[in-house]
Design a protein around this ligand. Structure first.
Ligand code: IDP
Ligand code: MG
Length: 149
């Protein structure tokens, strides 16, 4: 099963959207296999957003993500990266469909509530910044036989 890295960003925490975001992830059938609330360090933020280094919004992005606690998660499921990105919505909330997290709860690109890895490979690189292998739980969920044919 594919693993996806998800992070509820500091604005999601401050706006009381932790439960709502987790509800949407659970509802679609994804399995949460790791989760914790953390304060992102400057070093972790730099690793996480290395591909954006040098872009005009890069410094602001580091400020944003290190501004306060976040909730980091690894979720698992069939094509979980594609599915999660759909639940999350387009990067700019103005372009995000209603019904997506960003489409329903955000209005600016620099305050878009949630992060999700864009490819399975990047998801692994990203979750390794925040989780050890011991923190990733291997368990069966009783709904699996009705979610998958
Ligand atoms: P993604 O989060 O949908 O994968 P990316 O293009 O990877 O989008 O950008 C990472 C994050 O950087 C975005 O979620 C957003 O918080 C921030 N960001 C991207 N472009 C801009 C911008 O033009 N202004 C401010 N922040 C931006
Ligand atoms: Mg991205």
């Amino acid at each position: 099963m594919e693993k996806e890295f998800v992070m509820i960003k500091p604005d999601g925490i401050q706006r009381g959207l932790v439960g709502e975001v987790i509800r949407r992830i659970e509802k679609v059938g994804l399995k949460i296999i790791a989760m914790k609330m953390i304060q992102v360090t400057k070093k972790q933020a730099e690793q996480h957003y290395a591909i954006h280094e040098g872009k005009p919004f890069y410094e602001g992005l580091l400020e944003y993500i290190t501004n306060g606690p976040v909730v980091a998660m690894i979720v698992e499921g069939k094509e979980s990266v594609k599915l999660t990105r759909k639940v999350v919505g387009a990067t700019n909330p103005i372009d995000a469909e209603p019904g997506s997290i960003r489409g329903d709860y955000a209005l600016e690109i620099g305050r878009n509530i949630i992060h999700a890895g864009d490819t399975p490979e990047n998801a692994v690189i990203e979750y390794k910044i925040y989780f050890t292998e011991e923190e990733i739980l291997n368990y069966e969920k009783i709904d699996a036989k009705w979610l998958y044919e």
